[in-house]
Design a protein. Structure first.
Length: 410
């Protein structure tokens, strides 16, 4: 039933009539429709007429190869990515859920992507992107990343037997840098603005396959968002329907676009009649996608202020996020660090410890204050251990503990 990949070719988001062969992956955006100011990403097209609809009768378990016909060729081994839990979020802590409330289907759910092999959503992308490196015969993989993406790329490269170079920001948390180095990658901590020229040099001179952006506005790897489509497939099966809305933490919007595309494909295949409204949730310190949507431009670059949500605090946006929000009837939301911390605390109170950036979906949902006719999903992207300052705090040791020390105000 699963069978081989039905991927056909690459198609420009700048002009869907502009197409290219499936290989080699065009990692510097569309060469025909891009300009000096705007780089257009590419997406992958498939032979949808040959897709067996029984593909969506299976359980949404681990290893995204279960969706192989609707993914580019998967040449890199799995680490067990995907199949993450969908957890109902109780906004009133400890309050019992009535049977009537559960039947209403207007619940809020958290899709917990911290349960992936390297504890973030990036594993779905890197299973696909590192597969492209293997299929292309590249001698290695190179990535510029402050955290999750670098660790994930290093892990999947190691699993595939490829060397990896990770160019990480000099101010990324020490725990995250140790995490990246654990997979045996060559890790260089450099000033943020130095990462991109060095990455391009590694690609041009060493022939390494890039799984990071190389263009003026974000294009990234054309295969990458295809891995994120599998979140939509899983949500469809876990909920038994299409959600009314999906709120996603948004940096470069590959996640946002991938989830949206997955639902578009379900509609195209006749399995669903609608797609959810998609909401990008960016840090208020930047927000290039909010800027692009507000100004009616294909993509935007902004200055970024101070934010502890470093995973989504980027200046460069891309056209993918604009397409997903615009075409789904969603909205671009800007959340403050205070709103993120509140969402992070409340998720933890229900057993879900998320990185500050990973709580942006819930923070955005709360800020929007919208009513939806159906379930809402907030994607939570990464484990809280990757946050700035985690592990640095020292806690008091009680030499003579008593029960009184357990009082709530102790």
């Amino acid at each position: 039933m699963n069978g081989p990949s039905l991927a056909l070719r690459q198609r420009s988001l700048g002009d869907p009539a502009t197409e290219f062969p499936l290989f080699p992956p065009l990692t510097r955006g569309c060469p025909k429709t891009s300009t000096d100011e705007i780089a257009y990403p590419l997406e992958i097209t498939y032979d949808y007429a040959r897709v067996d609809r029984r593909l969506f009768e299976q359980e949404p378990g681990t290893d995204i190869a279960r969706w192989a016909p609707l993914l580019p060729p998967l040449e890199a081994p799995s680490l067990g990515e995907g199949g993450t839990p969908l957890v109902e979020f109780d906004g009133i802590y400890g309050a019992p859920r009535s049977a009537a409330h559960r039947r209403s289907q207007n619940c809020v759910y958290v899709k917990d992507e911290s349960r992936n092999p390297t504890w973030s959503h990036k594993d779905r992308l890197n299973r696909v992107a590192v597969s492209a490196a293997v299929a292309s015969g590249a001698p290695g993989v190179v990535v510029a990343s402050s955290g999750n993406h670098g660790a994930s790329a290093a892990a999947y490269a190691a699993r595939a037997g490829l060397p990896a170079i990770v160019l990480t920001s000099a101010d990324s948390p020490p725990a995250v840098q140790a995490f990246v180095r654990a997979y045996g990658a060559r890790v260089l901590s450099v000033p943020a603005e130095k990462r991109w020229p060095l990455l391009r040099e590694v690609v041009d001179r060493l022939g390494y396959h890039p799984v990071s952006n190389q263009t003026v506005t974000h294009t990234g790897h054309p295969f990458g968002p295809e891995g994120y489509k599998t979140i939509a497939y899983e949500l469809f099966l876990q909920l038994g329907r299409v959600p009314a809305a999906v709120f996603t933490p948004t940096g470069y919007a590959e996640l946002l676009y991938g989830v949206w595309k997955g639902f578009v494909e379900l509609r195209l295949l006749g399995l669903a009649g609608t797609v959810p409204r998609m909401f990008s949730c960016e840090t208020a310190a930047g927000g290039p996608h909010a800027r692009a949507l507000a100004t009616g431009t294909p993509a935007a670059v902004v200055e970024v202020g101070s934010s502890d949500a470093y995973g989504i605090a980027g200046p460069v946006g891309g056209h993918r996020g604009v397409v997903a929000v615009r075409d789904s009837g969603g909205a671009a939301l800007l959340v403050t660090d205070e709103e993120l911390r509140s969402a992070q605390r409340d998720l933890a109170r229900q057993g879900l410890w998320q990185e500050l950036s990973g709580a942006a979906g819930l923070a955005g949902y709360r800020q929007a204050r919208l009513d939806f006719d159906g379930p809402v999903v907030c994607v939570a992207t990464s484990s809280g251990f990757k946050d700035v300052g985690v592990g640095a705090e020292r806690f008091a040791v009680l030499e003579h503990p008593t029960l009184e020390d357990l009082a709530p105000d102790a």
